[in-house]
Design a protein around this ligand. Structure first.
Ligand code: ZN
Length: 169
């Protein structure tokens, strides 16, 4: 059983390692990531959010109303094209309770491997594109706070520390 790592856990600020083989272990990890994500009612999860420092992410927006349903697994993902800009209000399972407004690309093309180890390339737009960029940041050891100017980052961290205090028993 895995638990979601919460900031400032160092696994969240360390870039992850490339997956070298899509084997049984990786498939087990993918299953576990979906399980943890659904349990937490999230729409995306990066492997290091459950403490596994590898380049692997999952997305499923189909349980959220009013957005395009996209379910995917991406191993060693890389964004090859970005287009446009969109304001995005985001939460993060690793920052319980905190929401932050930031700008993301509106449309992205990403390539990587699927869970069969086959090369895939896809273009996402709108909400699924935002989720994908959020999860990819995690794999690079970045969080949504890294998109904010220093003063907004400081305020968000203050807000987050208060939230953590309120949540701890
Ligand atoms: Zn996150």
């Amino acid at each position: 059983m895995s638990r979601i790592r919460v900031f400032p856990d160092p696994v969240l600020t360390t870039p992850t390692e490339k997956v070298t083989a899509v084997d049984g272990e990786v498939k087990k990890l993918i299953k576990e990531m979906f399980r943890v994500m659904y349990e937490a009612e999230g729409v995306g999860l990066a492997a290091n959010q459950i403490g596994e420092p590898v380049r692997l992410l999952v997305v499923d927006t189909s349980l959220k109303e009013g957005v395009e349903p996209v379910k995917l697994v991406l191993i060693n993902p890389e964004i090859t094209h970005r287009e446009g800009s969109v304001k995005s209000k985001e939460g993060c399972l690793s920052f319980p309770g905190l929401t932050v407004e930031l700008k993301r690309a509106r449309k992205v093309t990403v390539k990587g491997l699927n869970e069969e180890g086959e090369e895939v390339e896809l273009t996402l737009e709108g909400f699924p594109a935002v989720v994908l960029q959020h999860e990819l940041d995690h794999l690079m050891g970045r969080t949504f706070l890294d998109h904010l100017p220093a003063w907004r980052r400081r305020l968000a961290l203050e807000r987050y520390r208060k939230l953590l205090k309120e949540q701890s028993p």
